[in-house]
Design a protein around this ligand. Structure first.
Ligand code: GTP
Ligand code: SPV
Ligand code: MN
Length: 590
């Protein structure tokens, strides 16, 4: 039976532009039913019931994990797909060498053909959402249309969806249009397209994470980074954390680490026993929108309202807050299961898996029980260290920005950039070992400027210029730092204990922001003096500390050459300020 859009009831309060677009999409995709999400708890429970009936979700042990469900994604659909992700700006130069580009007209033709009739027999969910507190001037809204109930349920946990968002959209006048279909889940028919100039996203053929939850990387980073450049702010792949010292002062720090490099863990850190009186407040775990504030400082909001976090490695010792947070009302994706139906992943220090992430009897010969990119989806409000400031419309003032990555060698535990311009170079020069968060090789060092390689919606050269220009907009800029929790010894063991102990490094960073914290000025920046870093109770051998704080000029000279070659790849878009800053670094390394 043919479905015509006029069979669907559109909420009276929806703005005309939204109604027109929804009707257009419905007449192309031909869904059987349409569901406008109101964001209520009853609606969430209904989605869950439907997915239990369709076996998209399996209920986990309700005694140990009430309200928890397991979703197994298609085995070929387990991570972001960077090679199938495109920025479709009018001009290829605007997308830059850092993005795959397709001409908008060609991309639309391709996507129109894929979306034609793709929702036949399915329900089309219309999800109005707001990225950021509903009443924040810094928030931006979007609407995701999807044929996946799993996406709708995840969007409910991850963002502010429903009637309040719809009302804000009616007031704002503009919104990001995100169209998603799981299609056939065929990697050969999978594309994630972004049209920054018209604030549109079209995603087909994947039901997983950043490919499908369009509010997250597609909107809040790729589209928002473009909006931010036009409007004078920054949209970044950064967690935001409040660090409270024993005197009760809270400093807010935003950290950009590439995917699966420790943002969620740092955002929920539990202070080590040797640092009594310190407390951590989580504002965000993945994305920060940074604005020049009225007091001349940089202020940040977390556009999200939930976490889509990495499971492997999470346990009561590494991240007790996360461990507790996900024992109820959580969606688990691609984990193994124990005999008594509890979720299980590598690094969990209890239980034995009997079933792997694909639902097969667990056989270690076939690989891990949980997929390395298995994840939890949970409302941020379940986090025991949730900061009430996560809902503050003005956001939080940022004292320090921190870049970091996985480097088994080279980068010391921490160093501070000399000034803003040098800090922008430090960010632009970032590199990190690849992880399971995206399909492709794992453990290969690649350049990942500002942890935004997969997420900048425009030319990195212009992006760095935009970063440099913040110096003219923000009189009281935060300090910029670089950290590396992942330095290894010859046997491949991590030199630094990481996790909760990372607070020791944050404490030095805050000291530096207040004009304290002794440091040695090296060619790459200020490295802490050993006695300026609180190492009490760690029992780290002297040689380990020396190695963690060392700067090898020979290795760095080679690194500077590689950075130079990379930056020159941006040609005339490379800001002169960065080129001369790199020249200064080379001179200091001589
Ligand atoms: P995305 O959600 O992909 O953006 O990742 P993320 O940056 O939030 O990374 P997350 O905190 O989820 O950590 C990813 C992996 O790194 C997990 O397996 C963690 O257990 C591990 N990890 C996090 N912090 C540390 C650390 O300080 N040291 C070590 N060795 N591993 C860490
Ligand atoms: C990342 O890959 O950086 C994530 C997970 O945070 S995803 O939502 O898939 O982008
Ligand atoms: Mn991320």
């Amino acid at each position: 039976m043919a479905t015509t859009p006029d069979r669907f009831v559109l909420p009276a309060e929806s703005p005309p532009e939204l109604r027109r677009w929804v009707e257009q999409v419905a007449s192309r995709t031909r869904p059987e039913r349409m569901h406008w999400c109101d964001g209520s708890e009853a609606e969430y429970r209904l989605l869950i019931r439907q997915m239990l009936a369709s076996k998209e979700l399996l209920e986990l042990n309700p005694a140990t994990h009430p309200g928890c469900y397991l979703h197994r994604s298609h085995p070929s659909d387990v991570a972001r797909v960077e090679h199938l992700t495109f920025v479709c700006s009018e001009s290829q130069e605007d997308a830059g060498p850092n993005n795959h580009w397709m001409a908008p007209a060609e991309a639309r033709r391709k996507m129109d053909a894929l979306f034609d009739g793709c929702m036949r027999g399915r329900t089309m969910y219309v999800i109005p959402y707001c990225m950021g507190p509903i009443d924040s001037p810094y928030s931006r809204c979007g609407v995701e249309i999807t044929d996946s109930a799993y996406v709708a349920a995840n969007m409910k946990l991850m963002t502010r969806i429903g009637s309040a968002a719809l009302a804000r959209i009616a007031g704002d006048g503009s919104f990001v249009k995100g169209l998603h279909s799981i299609g056939e889940l065929d990697p050969e028919r999978r594309f994630i397209m972004h049209f920054p100039e018209s604030l549109e996203i079209q995603s087909y053929g994947s039901g997983y994470g950043g490919n499908a939850l369009l509010g997250k990387k597609c909107h809040a980073l790729r589209i928002a980074s473009w909006q931010a450049r036009c409007e004078g702010w920054l949209a970044e792949h950064m967690m935001i954390v409040g660090v409270e010292n024993p005197a009760g002062d809270i400093h807010y720090i935003a950290c950009a680490f590439p995917s699966a490099c420790g943002k969620t863990n740092l955002a929920m850190l539990i202070p080590p026993g040797s640092m009594p009186g310190w407390k951590i407040w989580t504002v965000g775990d993945d994305i920060a929108w940074l604005h020049p504030g009225p007091d001349g400082r940089l202020w940040a909001i977390n556009p999200e309202a939930g976490y889509f976090g990495v499971l492997p490695g999470t346990n009561a010792k590494t991240n007790r807050h996360a461990f507790e947070m996900i024992r109820r009302d959580t969606i688990f994706t691609n984990v193994g299961v124990t005999a008594d139906n509890q979720p299980w992943w590598e690094g969990l220090d209890q239980g034995v898996p009997v079933t792997d992430w694909q639902g097969r009897p667990f056989d270690p010969a076939r690989g891990p029980a949980a997929h390395p990119n298995s994840r939890f989806t949970v409302s941020a409000r379940q986090n025991p260290s949730y900061s009430p400031m996560a809902d503050a419309p003005q956001g939080v003032p940022i004292s320090a920005l921190v870049f970091g990555g996985r480097r088994r060698a080279l980068a010391p535990l921490v160093f501070q950039a000399r000034n803003w311009r040098h800090g922008v170079l430090v960010g632009a020069a970032m590199a990190s070992e690849t992880t399971a968060a995206a399909t492709g090789d794992v453990g290969v060092v690649r350049r990942d400027p500002m942890a935004m390689k997969p997420f900048a919606g425009y030319n990195f050269g212009d992006y760095w210029q935009h970063w440099l220009s913040m110096a003219d907009r923000v009189p009281r800029l935060p300090g910029i730092f670089h950290v590396n929790w992942f330095r290894r010894d010859a046997a491949g063991r991590f030199l630094w204990p990481g996790y909760g102990e990372n607070l020791r490094v944050l404490a030095w960073i805050i000291d530096r922001c207040q004009g304290r914290g002794a440091a040695d000025e090296t060619a790459i920046g200020a490295v802490p003096r050993r006695d300026a870093l609180n190492l009490a109770g760690l029992n780290l051998p002297d040689a380990t500390v020396s190695e963690l704080l060392s700067m090898d000029a020979t290795q760095w000279r080679k690194e500077a050459e590689e950075i130079g070659a990379y930056l020159e790849g941006f040609g005339s878009h490379l800001p002169e300020g960065l080129r001369s800053e790199l020249g200064d670094l080379r001179a200091r390394l001589k």
